[in-house]
Ligand binder design. Structure first.
Ligand code: 2AM
Length: 490
């Protein structure tokens, strides 16, 4: 057989896979394609891929045979068992140094497991986040590859060529080892949940609080899209609000108010709980979807439970401007929390994240793309060791400016009876984060009271009676003098 011509193989010809193949072909790469339902290969070649230089394979063996070494194979199949199945099918045909890339929405612990497993056999495994939906895959997605570092030099050119570009920079860089690529993709999706929830709350306030029509709300979003909130999600919300059905009525108002979810938001919150990071906004976003989904119960509750009737009588424009600032401030908190989660996961797994690089990866191509991410990139470029986004001068000033508006909106939401869970948790988190003293001393006392869980004292009270090391237990029901210093449970 003559020398193989294929630069890269791709398995999984659903729309995402097809579009990624067409994108790579447009950039001059020779792609070899395969699909479980093999008839889709010929269908694709005869239709979408017609006239393009794409090689169809009708078996795994044929796919592998057509690839240059080291072989590079992207899997774009359903997350879960299908990925393991294809890895098992591929393995006997591959050689040391060959590269398998999982571009699906795999849960990062699965990626860690596959990476470790394949490493022992000399195969280089990469888990890559791919974001931007079908359009992104076709014209430039955001790509977040992480895995075996030896793979990167072999896939860098193609990944960066097919990725979205912002100011000439590709929205793709090496994330780190093991499951780090899929981890950051998961956080990206969690942040996306948060952004969507914030926008939904703003819509609710504009609609129920101010009584604006969909067209008027579309106008508000048009304006917001030219300011600090300039982003893909604000842009599509504008389009949705302007979209009328055949009867001339806004389609969005006909849609059942029960949000679905595929699980990446939940994974993000579960990871936050595992690592002990207060990622409250994404948590509220996930719970808000679950509250929305118990529609029938809410309808029953709406007939029984009372609250204020939303009716706003102040300065509407001031209110809209306040809302923009409240959304912006809450968004800053959400990203601050997201990067905190990334920081902690980095410590646990020894993944050295380049946060400026992540900002750049998310700046274009993906669903959360925004001008705002450019500012995040700048903050981390200025100080790669930045502990918290809020410590950056730009974001610190932005929060200071937004704060009065933010507080007014949450106060008004409570007064009018319109729920603002994401706005409110962001502010509560902010007020907690900036408190050098929280009421957790009381919680510690309660824990010691009922469970002898012990406590420590503030530095200024450390003494022989209250030593620094070990836990202190008090007999809370006794009188003075019953405090015993002990080292158990230290
Ligand atoms: P199919 O066309 O044969 O259904 C997205 O669903 C992609 O994942 C498709 O290419 C689909 O192949 C593939 N896929 C879904 N479940 C799969 C499984 N259990 N094994 C292999 N491929 C699967």
């Amino acid at each position: 057989m003559s020398e193989p011509k294929g630069d890269i193989g791709l398995i999984g010809l659903a729309v995402m896979g097809q579009n990624l193949v067409l994108n790579a072909a447009d950039h001059g790469y020779e792609v070899v394609v395969f699909n479980r339902t093999v008839s889709k290969v010929d269908h694709f070649l005869a239709n979408e891929a017609k006239g393009k230089s794409i090689i169809g394979a009708h078996s795994i063996e044929e796919l592998v045979k057509n690839l240059k070494r080291p072989r590079r194979i992207i899997l774009l199949v359903k997350a879960g068992q299908a990925v393991d199945d294809f890895i098992a099918l591929l393995e006997p045909h591959l050689e040391k140094g060959d590269i398998i890339i999982d571009g699906g929405n795999s849960h990062f612990p699965d990626t860690i497991r596959r990476y470790e497993d394949l490493k022992t056999r000399g195969l280089l495994f990469v888990g890559s986040g791919v974001s931007g939906g079908e359009e992104g895959a076709r014209h430039g997605p955001s790509l977040m590859p992480g895995g075996h570092p030896d793979a990167w030099p072999h896939i860098k050119a193609i990944f960066q060529d097919i990725a979205a570009k912002t100011d000439g920079e590709p929205c793709c860089d090496w994330v780190g080892p093991s499951g780090s690529g899929h981890f950051v993709k998961m956080v990206h999706n969690g942040i996306e949940y948060g952004d969507m929830q914030l926008i939904a709350e703003a819509y609710d306030i504009l609609k129920r609080g101010l009584g604006l029509s969909d067209k008027e709300m579309g106008d508000v979003f048009t304006k917001w899209n030219k300011g600090v909130l300039d982003s893909y999600l604000i842009e599509i919300t504008r389009d949705i609000l302007y979209y009328n059905d055949d009867d001339g009525k806004p389609l969005v108002e006909k849609i059942l108010d029960a949000a679905g979810q595929k699980g990446t938001g939940k994974w993000t919150v579960a990871a936050a709980l595992d690592y002990g990071v207060p990622v409250t906004l994404i948590g509220e976003a996930v719970f808000s979807r679950t509250l929305s989904s118990i529609k029938d119960e809410r309808v029953r509750a709406s007939k029984i439970l009372t609250g204020p009737k939303p009716a706003f009588s102040g300065d509407k424009q001031q209110f809209i401007d306040d809302l923009e600032q409240a959304l912006y401030a809450s968004k800053i908190i959400s990203y601050t929390q997201g990067f905190m989660l990334i920081r902690e996961a980095g410590k646990v797994h020894e993944w050295e994240f380049n946060n400026a690089g992540l900002g750049l990866m998310w700046r274009g191509g993906c669903i959360i793309r925004s001008v705002f991410l450019g500012d995040i990139t700048k903050a981390y470029q200025k100080n790669p060791q930045l502990e918290s986004l809020l410590f950056d001068d730009f974001f610190h000033a932005a929060i200071d400016k937004a704060q009065p508006s933010w507080r007014r909106i949450i106060g008004l939401g409570a007064e009018l009876g319109i729920p603002t869970p994401a706005f409110a948790t962001a502010l509560a988190w902010y007020d907690g984060y900036r408190s050098d003293r929280l009421p957790a001393n009381l919680i510690q006392a309660q824990r010691d009271y009922f469970g002898a869980h012990t406590f420590k004292v503030l530095d200024e009270f450390v003494s022989q009676k209250y030593p620094k090391e070990g836990g202190i237990h008090t007999n809370w029901t006794g009188r003075g003098g019953n405090t015993s210093a002990s080292t158990y449970n230290a």
